[in-house]
Design a protein around this ligand. Structure first.
Ligand code: RM4
Ligand code: MN
Ligand code: MN
Length: 424
């Protein structure tokens, strides 16, 4: 489904007066705004192909209808999100869920929607029907060399798929680990994983990056072979300059200080990118910013400070991706909310008075330091984020427009009520 630009224009015309008032007020509070608005226009967050359908839980799945039935329809849905917010200009594919039949046609379709291909994801956490060996006891770590070889070959195939689409990075997330003490020799599992990753790394084109995601638990509940940022760092450091750690916000033990992890990885030049989501208990994959917006802001505060210190381009030098899944919301509305929350956190981080913060830190003025951060966090920047959309031809209020034009109902008419997106 295509969203006609007249619809966006008329939606914006209705909201323009109230938006302009808010923007004037915001500008009066923070002073210079154009620089921030331009950074927001440039900032794009990739949508995961697997989040466009209902995710469900292991207990049930309650699809809402109109879900994309093919890769083409997934791209159309991300195109729709991008038309609404001009901030979702990329899609991250999962192989084998999203293998194209005609690469050129898929590339053309994506570029018609203004979309790029962000990292391609391999999948050795499920067995595929035509696969020779099972990953029940792990993939890259497996004690059986033939199984490791199969998993390596799959990752190399994913790189080839990515090359054909114009992607420039591979994300490896391993479900490998063990469920019971004694099941695994940790050192051998590490060594096998490292050797397997080395083979995959050797197949990367020179302009590519490899992102190694970590996760503290699930589906293995005693040990995970890439369990935390330190373990991921240890692998990517050995692999080489094209290997980086990927931080998925839901993959930490409770109360982990994610902003500190981010700051250190960035300082070491080993932060590759993000999977944004939010959680209360585990890898809940809830809407970014739904539970802990202050944490999201603190992460962006470190990102802006650390990227500026290294002279990095905020929009291009890290991989910005969402990894979410949901049972009760319309997936598209959920993704719009996530992107909005990420933009808000980024805008607030851009507001932090860096010089004043540095002085407060040097003077051990703890109270002042907190005031500076919370002052930025408590500034209502929604008008800036909306203005960035307005200037780039997107909607002032994407969720409202999505509802006003009954997008989901249209998709149900087009695709039916009982559609299932490939994925989890
Ligand atoms: C994992 C991890 C990966 C994602 C899969 C579907 O928990 O977050 O990034 O690809 O889920
Ligand atoms: Mn993830
Ligand atoms: Mn996850």
């Amino acid at each position: 489904m295509l969203l006609d630009s007249n619809k966006i224009a008329s939606h914006n015309a209705d909201l323009l007066k109230s938006h302009a008032n808010k923007l004037v007020f915001t500008a009066s509070e923070i002073g210079e705004t154009d620089n921030i608005i331009q950074k927001l226009i440039d900032f794009q967050i990739a949508i995961p192909s697997w989040a466009l359908g209902t995710g469900g839980t292991r207990f049930g799945r309650f699809p809402g209808g109109g879900e994309p039935r093919s890769l083409e329809e997934k791209i159309e849905d991300v195109g729709l999100l991008h038309a609404l917010n001009n901030a979702s200009g990329a899609i991250s594919l999962h192989i084998p869920w999203d293998i194209p039949t005609d690469y050129q046609a898929i590339k053309n379709l994506a570029s018609q929607h203004g979309l790029k291909f962000d990292a391609v994801n391999s999948n050795t956490f499920q067995d595929q029907t035509n696969q020779e060996y099972t990953y029940k006891y792990g993939s890259l770590q497996n004690v059986n060399k033939a199984i490791r070889k199969q998993a390596i070959a799959h990752n190399i195939e994913v790189i080839q798929q990515g090359i054909a689409l114009g992607s420039e990075s591979l994300t490896v997330w391993l479900a490998d680990g063990s469920c019971f003490p004694g099941q695994l020799n940790f050192r051998k599992a590490y060594q096998n994983t490292l050797e397997s990753l080395e083979e995959i790394y050797a197949a990367l084109p020179s302009n590519w990056k490899l992102f190694l995601e970590y996760k503290c638990a699930e589906p293995n509940f005693y040990s995970t072979t890439v369990a935390d940022w330190g373990q991921s760092y240890s692998y990517v450091k050995k692999l080489g300059d094209k290997a980086f750690t990927l931080v998925d916000l839901g993959h930490h033990l409770p109360n982990a200080n994610i902003e500190q992890i981010v700051a250190i990885l960035l300082m070491e030049g080993k932060l590759g990118g993000f999977h944004f989501n939010d959680s209360k208990y585990g890898d809940d994959d809830l809407t970014a910013g739904a539970l802990k917006p202050y944490q999201l802001f603190l992460i962006f505060n470190e990102l802006v400070e650390g990227m500026d210190a290294r002279g990095m381009n905020h929009a291009k030098d890290l991989g910005w991706m969402i990894d979410a899944s949901h049972n009760v919301k319309d997936p598209m509305e959920d993704l719009l909310q996530s992107v909005e929350a990420i933009m808000i956190a980024y805008a607030q981080a851009l507001l932090v008075d860096r010089k004043a913060l540095e002085i407060a830190q040097n003077e051990n003025d703890v109270v002042k330091a907190q005031e500076i951060l919370q002052n930025a966090f408590r500034t209502d920047v929604r008008a800036l984020v909306a203005e960035a959309r307005l200037r780039s031809g997107a909607a002032l209020n994407p969720v409202a427009l999505y509802r006003d034009f009954a997008v989901r109902q249209e998709l149900i008419k087009e695709r039916g009520t009982k559609t299932v997106a490939t994925g989890l």
